[in-house]
Design a protein around this ligand. Sequence first.
Ligand SMILES: Nc1ncnc2c1ncn2[C@@H]1O[C@H](COP(=O)(O)OP(=O)(O)OP(=O)(O)O)[C@@H](O)[C@H]1O
Ligand SMILES: Cc1ncc(CO)c(N)n1
Length: 333
Amino acid sequence: MNKTHIPRALTIAGSDSGGGAGIQADLKTFQELGAYGMSAITAITVQNTLGVHGVYPLPSEAAAEQIQAVGSDLGVDALKTGMLFSAEIIRLVAEQIRAFGWEKVVVDPVMIAKGGAALLRNEAVQALIEDLLPLALIITPNIPEAEVLAGMRIRTMEDRKEAARRIQNLGPRIVVIKGGHDDGMIKQEVEENESDRGSRLGIEIQQEDQLQSQCTHDQTRIYRYAEGADGTSSAIAQQDSYPGNPSVIDLIYDGTTFTEIRGTRIYTVHTHGTGCTFSAAITAGLAKGLDAMEAIRNGRSFIQAAIEDGLNLGLGHGPTNHWAYRCRQEVGL
Ligand SMILES: Nc1ncnc2c1ncn2[C@@H]1O[C@H](COP(=O)(O)OP(=O)(O)OP(=O)(O)O)[C@@H](O)[C@H]1O
Ligand SMILES: Cc1ncc(CO)c(N)n1
């Protein structure tokens, strides 16, 4: 194969020992989508499906030197940023992106892990806004991250649109405010574990007996499983009787038009690394020459398949299935 035809994608992010998020999720996703993956690691996290147990940032220059090494030799068609941790790392990463003149830049403004651990220092938010956002082609905040960047609360779709306008004004060409956190339920101020949540919502508790085959996908299946945090039982939500929002909506704003991408919400606790995987899939698409909207739509299909065909690994919030999308294509689904 001609060397110049190999799409090359770089992730600048933290390592997740559990393999569901961060660098590991990004590289798996790049590989699945046919892009050659490279990495610049900013921090090592000690993580499994039960949470973040430690964060060891690397010296700030380490990320910049890794970027310099791969950029000056292998070349980069598109890149994404994930966990950047400190203002100093952000500043040096932005410097490298500017120096190489890279334009296909996806910024996933990772701030807090699902369990609550800080993956970005508070004082680094300003650096993210000032140094990195102006370099982004696409930014993919979840709702809490969009609230921080836009400086407002998001309760409704109108709020989300206003937040998207404000974030777009900070520099990114396209803003994607992801809807994973908007499950249509009144937000609880206190942390609630999934099995308590299941009982509060009256979700049936059953033993997991489905989704064993990684390569089969039953479109008619309405039951999904979710392993309890204690690992002893599986909460199974029947989607059409679930009292929350049955859709997950990602809102896209390009400066003139709003587009909503709707997917079926899967009721599962195995959503660790959904944001990383989604932004990595977009990056792989850009590296392969897709335009931004195509790359975003493909990324949505990729993450939907990865969540739907979950792996049920670990005792807590497990990873998604990074090979589901390719598997389905191979069997014609
Ligand atoms: N339960 C779900 N069912 C279907 N799609 C989902 C679900 N949860 C998230 N998604 C999709 O996954 C992608 C990531 O969204 P989400 O809001 O979860 O990101 P995130 O909070 O940044 O993820 P993380 O912090 O775990 O990496 C979006 O495209 C969203 O629509
Ligand atoms: C390393 C890392 N990056 C991002 C996330 C957010 O999912 C995480 N949990 N861990």
